[in-house]
Design a protein. Structure first.
Length: 135
């Protein structure tokens, strides 16, 4: 292949990669279709009205509310995530019924290992971390 053709092809490939990078960055900045599976933003909460945060989580990320196996294979107990509000233990997932979506800034799901690292042991089903809006 001629050197000039190789350089032209390399330049075209470089431009394609650069264009793709810009397109990806702009779609995530503008709130495109890509949503984090571990985060619910205030914008998502306001898209469809719900009377409680529980209903919003159930509609937007239902897997967060699912019970998971306990600490051992021998234990038949199923665990649900623990809920934290502004860094403090708030209770189980039923506590989400008491919160209004308008009071919430964001909701994050932490895996069992991330929740254990952040809050300590016994987070077999992970944690749901609610951050309220700053007034």
């Amino acid at each position: 292949m001629e050197r000039r053709t190789v350089l032209t092809m390399s330049a075209a490939a470089g431009l394609a990669v650069a264009g793709l990078s810009v397109a990806c960055a702009s779609s995530s900045e503008s709130g495109g279709a890509s949503r984090s599976r571990n985060l619910i933003t205030v914008e998502e909460l306001m898209e469809v009205p719900h009377s409680s945060v529980y209903e919003a989580v159930r509609a937007l990320r239902p897997r967060w509310l699912q019970a998971r196996a306990g600490a051992s294979m021998r234990s038949p107990r199923r665990e649900t995530p623990r809920v934290y509000m502004d860094g403090q233990l708030f209770g189980g997932v039923d506590q989400l019924w008491t919160l209004l979506p308008g009071e919430v800034g964001e909701i994050q799901f932490l895996s069992a290992s991330d929740a254990t690292t952040r809050f300590g042991t016994n987070h077999f089903a992970g944690a749901i971390v609610v951050t309220t809006r700053r007034r």
